[in-house]
Design a protein around this ligand. Structure first.
Ligand SMILES: [Cu+2]
Length: 147
């Protein structure tokens, strides 16, 4: 009887939460002058019971918009490279932050001034396009660093 109840609950919750529930939190952009490079950071929260995948980022803010990761090169220097996708497991979150994942904005189409609210779009395999409003600032909204 108990097993039946559990199964019913699983089926029920499966129906209710079958869609991915992606939320973008704490989005911010580094200040930049027109023509310079900048980056967009945020936290992807997946409240759903299915994994989803970030497949692209779009914005009119920059000539080239790409999902990047920071990595350590052989010579111990840090480099950046494009990533094709970022998987977000069910019930998890991924933080895009300086020194890690970020959305690279190459050749800013205007000045990004501190306090400005700027728009971008993140594309997910299941959740589709999600609009992101990011504030321009020097520091993360919520620091991921704990000393
Ligand atoms: Cu980059």
């Amino acid at each position: 009887m108990k097993i039946k109840t559990v199964l019913l609950l699983l089926i029920f919750s499966g129906l209710v939460f079958s869609q991915t529930k992606i939320e973008i939190k704490n989005a911010w952009i580094r200040p930049a002058a027109k023509g310079a490079n900048s980056a967009l950071f945020f936290t992807i929260v997946n409240n759903g019971t299915k994994s989803d995948t970030l497949t692209a980022a779009e914005s009119k803010l920059a000539d080239i918009v790409a999902v990047h990761e920071t990595y350590k090169k052989d010579n111990d220097k840090m480099g950046m490279r494009e990533v094709e996708f970022v998987a977000v497991a069910a019930k998890s979150k991924i933080e895009f932050k300086p020194g890690g994942l970020h959305v690279m904005l190459i050749d800013a189409q205007k000045d990004f001034k501190i306090g400005d609210q700027l728009n971008a779009v993140l594309k997910f395999k299941h959740a589709g396009k999600i609009k992101v409003k990011a504030v321009v600032q020097d520091m993360p909204l919520v620091s991921g660093m704990k000393h």
